[in-house]
Design a protein. Structure first.
Ligand SMILES: Nc1nc2c(ncn2[C@@H]2O[C@H](COP(=O)(O)OP(=O)(O)OP(=O)(O)O)[C@@H](O)[C@H]2O)c(=O)[nH]1
Length: 241
């Protein structure tokens, strides 16, 4: 991986529990050569760099603005997966997904096999991150290569709808704004509104949980009443024997 200015590459792999609670963690997964690195670099630096070595899993860190708020994000660019006996790179992908607050599933519109992988990858995401509130984005890349298109323009939105995830079609090479919009869409729901920042001691799971609807708090009076009723019923049963 060449050195990219204005962006810190932290390490090959994130340690799941030591990152700050105020960081949004995004895992980018998909088939090989679909443009994962190009997309991440485009999003974080605005630049398209066309030539990368094969990705061996790189974690990028950056601060971005989401709705006027400065948000720290970490993006895990994972190695491409292949279909064989199951998915290869399973371990890398598994660890990245487990670590993430949000997931981007990438395919290239010029590669139908990368599209066919999405179903399995999504299944893996839902097993590893069963909370339905975890944002997942299906991202179709290389949209400008019209003459090489293998995946129909309607197939992506249809699949996204069936999986219950967001969808964007972009070209990392042609458009920074499309890529930026797609990632922002993902970050939007995760950015903590001003004045409601969670204390840094809170575990990352708690922040995710805070996005879920809270169960109604139990009414103590009602609980006492129900407890009393249950006891009375038991006493009645015992005395009637
Ligand atoms: N024409 C075009 N080429 C792109 C686009 N995005 C990426 N590419 C090219 O696709 C190739 C693969 O891009 P990468 O970003 O390395 O893909 P990757 O998914 O990270 O690949 P792995 O490291 O093998 O997992 C490179 O030659 C990129 O220049 C795009 O939007 N349009």
């Amino acid at each position: 991986m060449r050195l990219i200015q204005n962006m810190s590459t932290i390490s090959e792999y994130p340690t799941p529990d030591n990152s700050s609670n105020s960081v949004i963690k995004i895992a980018v997964v998909g088939g090989s050569g679909v443009g994962k690195t190009a997309l991440v670099v485009r999003f974080l630096t605005r630049r398209f760099i066309g030539d990368y070595e094969r990705n061996a899993a790189t974690l990028y860190s950056r601060e971005i603005q989401v709705d006027g708020e400065q948000v720290a994000i970490q993006v895990q660019d994972t190695p491409g997966v292949h279909v064989g006996n199951g998915l290869s790179c399973q371990d890398h992908v598994t660890r990245s997904i487990q670590w993430a607050d949000a997931v981007v599933l990438v395919y290239s519109v010029t590669d139908s096999r990368s599209f066919e992988l999405i179903g399995q990858l999504h299944q893996q995401v839902r097993v590893l991150l069963p909370d339905p509130q975890v944002p997942v984005l299906l991202l179709a890349n290389k949209a400008e290569l019209l003459h090489l298109r293998q995946v129909d323009g309607q197939a992506g939105p249809r699949l996204a709808h069936a999986l219950g995830v967001a969808f964007c079609e972009v070209s990392a090479s042609e458009s920074y704004s499309e890529v930026h919009r797609a990632f922002r869409l993902l970050c939007k729901g995760l950015a903590t509104p001003p004045g409601t920042a969670t204390p840094p001691t809170t575990a990352p799971e708690k922040r995710r949980a805070s996005l879920m609807p809270r169960p109604k708090s139990p009414n103590m009076q009602d609980l006492k009443r129900r407890f009393k009723q249950a006891l009375t019923a038991k006493v009645r049963t015992v005395t009637s024997v």
